[in-house]
Design a protein around this ligand. Sequence first.
Ligand code: B12
Length: 378
Amino acid sequence: MRQSHQLPLVGLLLFSLIPSQLCQSCVVSEKDYSHLRLLISAMDNLEQIRGIYGASILLSQRLARIQNPSLEEELSQRIQDDMNRRDMSNLTSGQLALIILAFGACKNPDVRFIHDHHLVEKLGEKFKEEIKNMDTGAVAVLALTCVKRSISNGKIKAAIKDSDTIQKYIESLVHKIQSEKNGGLFGNAYSTGEAMQALFVASDYYQNESNCQETLDAVFNNISQGVFRLPIAAAQILPALLGKTYLDVNKTATCPQSPVNITDEPVPVVPTLSPENISVIYCVKINEISNCINITVKNGSVFLDVMKAAQEKNSTIYGFTMTETPWGPYITSVQGIWANNNERTYWELLSNNKSLSQGAGNYVVKNGEHLEIRWATY
Ligand code: B12
């Protein structure tokens, strides 16, 4: 399976169960903790956290030192039950890596599960099969930094030329991340947490305080607009806001308590929507051929509602399937044509010809919009 994000995560894990070293960070100050409380309460939404997908949430909680024993216990139980039910060979390497990181973070009883189920060995096997497809990204910077540290403290041996190559990769990736700067964000709101982690460990970007403030302001702005409502989205940004990275996962130390008080939870603001209907155009596009339909839905509807309405009208053209993921429903097929990881194909969501940065279950459609689902490659 080719995955740009999961493989570095695995590499990171395989080399990372070592004590962390000094890294430079950009931490939210106490006066801004209200933003963090919003994230922490979003992560508490157990209804949206199924089985093994709780691993990202658990990892984030442990990295951020959030003390919520009942939630931790529930998440850990769900992950273990789900793993016991599943054929573990079907887990992706990225999923396995997240589970091991979450269970291995801080001294806690879950670490036994890693050993009892030989998770690290299983991951090693998957990693060997998949390493040829390893790609780049913020998580790759973390993974490579981890390898670099392991070389410099003698944990793994490498020739000087390999260390130089690693350093060059890190520099070019950091350069790429910085070139994607978009206001205070890197890429979009959802990629910023991992980009921050990469910049903490591999650049001096946040030595400049105004860079730090710029990122924090942009993230706060997005938090207050509800952009991080999903537990998975909240979990991905929270560690960075507390100056933590995946390299801080340390199986030998216990987790001290977080400075953020979670009992003081804010009341979520529910936006009011007018009840009228709105109309949109919805198209399915396969190899330059588009089939379009006019759809009327209630104001406040999401992309998925439009897809369902179209499917009801004509299931041959607009019929689709989906699967639940921590980011919500992922569209797996349309017209019986299935996304395929090996062929790097997927169904891309667009609005007015622009690729969306939210999924079908979250993107709220607007009156007059031209929506499209396009057979695409990545
Ligand atoms: C790799 C990736 C993809 C790959 C996934 C396939 C693959 N085999 O790798 C591809 C390119 C196909 C993809 C597609 C899309 N993606 Co994407 N993707 C990612 C990325 C970079 C890493 C995911 C990952 O590997 N996680 C690690 C593993 C261990 O966890 P996992 O749970 O097994 O991961 C699976 C799910 O995350 C799922 N997935 C990936 N993207 C999306 C998006 C949505 C909406 C859903 C429901 C599921 C999903 O595929 C992963 C691999 O099986 C994340 C970035 C991030 N910060 O998480 C964005 C991310 C999850 N994707 C995002 C988006 C928006 C999309 C698209 C909607 C883009 C579009 N305009 O079409 C589509 C999905 C459309 C659909 N068919 O429903 C957003 C979600 C934001 C949000 N609030 O909804 C993210 C956070 C990127 C971002 N910064 O904006 N994606």
